[in-house]
Ligand binder design. Structure first.
Ligand code: PGA
Length: 251
């Protein structure tokens, strides 16, 4: 059986009420029978909506926290720990999104320790990596992120545990929220290099996703690239009309 491609809908800090979040979740549910035979669907939602949406979202859709920002429970006002998520029935998380890295000035080492805590607490993680700017240094920047965030897991966790619990999302910063149009050759090339680099480091079969300006016009072409296991779609996926067009187009 062909492996299903992954669609992650990252709502970011949207929508502005629980009622709207419920209505987006109900819309996704309507498309579950037509889409889940082809795709794994996940929705990354603001923390406030996680618990109520457990009751609403179809069980075949993965509900994802957008952020985990402390390794352990304790005196850290405002923080969210992996154990809290896991104990509340949330098994998936996004980590190291560039918007969060920038806002909280997160270094690779901090993200590495959050990733390690996620694995320790059995929380599956989609780790975002990607270069700040196009150019000759881009691949070096990505390799450094892999070296500093992902590779420290080797030795502490088995290859099987890493493969089963971590997904990598390649999100070049210049492509996020941009209207500039995507160069599929560039994406294919970067992602093949990422795969080659990972292969040189350990026996991985990590899912590699792409995120940044994925839209109705390019999603199918992206999903056809053999190196891609799926896509991550940003804010548009929290707009009801766009979401409906998208879900309809994927049938
Ligand atoms: P975008 O964002 O689809 O709006 O470019 C992707 C992301 O940041 O997750």
């Amino acid at each position: 059986m062909a492996i299903k491609k992954v669609l992650i809908l990252n709502w970011k800090a949207n929508p502005n009420s629980l009622g709207e979040a419920v209505s987006l979740a109900s819309l996704i549910n309507q498309y579950v029978p037509s889409l889940t035979n082809k795709y794994e669907i996940a929705v990354a939602v603001p923390s406030l909506y996680l618990i109520p949406l457990i009751q609403v979202l179809d069980k075949s859709v993965k509900l994802m926290a957008q952020s985990v920002n402390t390794s352990a429970i304790g005196p850290q006002t405002g923080a969210l720990a992996p154990l809290m998520l896991k104990e509340s029935g949330i098994s998936y998380s996004l980590l190291g999104h560039s918007e969060e890295r920038k806002r909280n000035q997160l270094a690779n080492e901090e993200i590495a320790s959050l990733l390690e805590a996620n694995l320790r607490n059995d929380l599956k993680t989609t780790l975002c990596i990607g270069e700040t700017m196009k150019g000759s240094k881009a691949l070096e920047e990505i390799k450094q992120q892999i070296d500093q965030i992902l590779l420290p897991l080797i030795g502490k966790y088995s290859t099987l545990e890493i493969n089963n619990n971590v997904v990598l999302a390649y999100e070049p910063l210049w492509a996020i929220g941009s209207e500039s149009g995507l160069n599929l050759n560039y994406i294919q090339k970067q992602m093949s290099s990422i795969k080659e680099y990972l292969d040189s480091k350990f026996a991985n079969n990590l899912y590699l996703l792409y995120g940044g300006s994925v839209d109705l016009e390019n999603v199918k072409q992206l999903l056809d690239l053999p190196v891609l296991s799926g896509v991550l779609i940003g804010e548009k996926s929290s707009q009801k009309d766009w979401l409906e067009d998208f879900l309809q187009s994927m049938i």
